[in-house]
Design a protein around this ligand. Structure first.
Ligand code: KG4
Ligand code: ZN
Length: 366
């Protein structure tokens, strides 16, 4: 059995996890900074890195304690080295380097997007006892990675072999959820808030644009956000509270929040599902995987299963958002392929998925 310690500090979660053989979660600890950043309506980068510095050591200690292992029981350490916030990434990478050097462990740098994708390989101890471990995903597969910073449609033909078929040309899907939630004064993070606000709303009330629906595999969500803004601006603002009165606790404008949230959500989901459905047919994939924070969206999951003609797999919500178990899983398959990072491993805030054309892929793409 191979035990990998994963570390994740690319944004606003400090996380450490131990995973066995790339699939079985032995421990998974996440210290979330959501409450710290909530009043800013988004992540405040300087505060995020300072909080990672405070949390990283206790989070690692907790993950080892929960796993019932010490340093000697580990086979390697994997860490997210990009993409993400530079100051946040540096905390994890430096911690991983220090541990690897002090304990003589192999060091593996992991791309955060690749890690999200590998969340689909993970299973929990409960899954293992209830019916045994689920089978591993089968290649070739298509993965839709939708997070706060990315919307990538990726063809994967083997471990580590990717081709990005399309990505967003402007806002990421999660970013659109967050920005529209801010317009509707629903708070942060926006995705779960919009999903909740949309319950009971009429998704057909506003006919929002589905940009580039028939055009290739790239995405564009900024026009959709502007379309929501135009509707919001049509509603008169409520009068400011009288002097001395408590500030309004209801949205300043009397907006049809549920209908707006539902119409926006269905527009995003329509585009994501339609492009994935088309690519699944074109590249004859065995499975479709969803990954990233937006993959916890219930409408996206339901529509993908209903409209895509191959099996659809997605991680439980806690493994869709940032965690370190997914980093350890991705790290394991790199470890098996003999990949090692040197002491010069650096952070790459703008890192993209490394795309290589394998023989298999050439055969599939033609
Ligand atoms: O993957 P993630 O935790 O962090 C990044 O790597 O960006 O994704 C966070 C994003 C946020 O934009 C958040 O609003 C979105 O995922 N999100 C959701 C839902 N839960 C989280 N979007 C739509 N519906 C959800 N239920
Ligand atoms: Zn992420």
């Amino acid at each position: 059995m191979s035990l990998i310690l994963g570390l994740e500090t690319s944004c606003d979660e400090t996380a450490a996890a131990v995973v066995a053989d790339g699939r079985s979660i032995v421990s998974n600890v996440v210290a979330s900074q959501i409450e710290l950043h909530r009043c800013y309506g988004g992540v405040y980068p300087e505060m995020a890195s300072r909080q990672h510095v405070l949390d990283i050591t206790p989070v690692i200690a907790e993950s080892l304690a929960q796993a019932g292992t010490d340093w000697a029981g580990l086979d390697a350490i994997a860490v997210t080295s990009g993409p993400g916030l530079v100051g946040s990434l540096l905390v994890g990478v430096n911690a991983a380097k220090a541990i690897a050097w002090a304990k003589g462990l192999p060091l593996i740098g992991v791309n955060h997007l690749e890690a999200h994708l590998y969340a689909n390989w993970l299973y929990t101890p409960r899954q293992a006892t209830n019916g045994g471990p689920p089978p591993a995903p089968r290649f070739p597969l298509l993965c839709l990675i939708v997070s706060g910073g990315h919307s990538d449609l990726v063809l994967m033909t083997a471990h580590g072999q990717y081709r990005v078929l399309g990505r967003t040309v402007d806002d990421a899907a999660g970013e659109a959820f967050d920005k529209v939630a801010r317009l509707l004064e629903l708070g942060y993070p926006g995705g779960p808030a919009i999903q909740k606000a949309a319950e009971g709303g009429n998704p057909n009330r506003f006919d929002f644009p589905r940009a580039m629906l028939k055009d290739g595999y790239n995405f564009s969500f900024s026009g959709l956000k502007t379309a929501v803004l135009r509707i919001v601006q049509k509603y008169p603002a409520s009068p400011a509270p009288a002097a001395g009165a408590a500030p309004a606790r209801v949205p300043l404008r009397r907006l049809p929040i549920a209908d707006l949230a539902a119409s926006f959500q269905v527009a995003v989901v329509d585009v994501l599902v339609e492009k994935t459905r088309r690519a699944a047919g074109e590249f004859q994939v065995e499975e479709v995987l969803l990954a990233g924070g937006v993959a916890s969206n219930a409408l996206l999951r339901g529509q993908m299963v209903a409209r895509v003609p191959v099996p659809v797999r997605y991680p439980p919500p806690a493994l869709c958002t940032d965690n370190a178990a997914m980093v350890a899983a991705a790290g394991y398959f790199k470890h098996m392929a003999g990949e090692r990072a040197g002491w010069d491993l650096d952070v790459q805030p703008g890192m993209r998925l490394r795309c290589e054309l394998s023989t298999d892929e050439k055969r599939i793409i033609g």
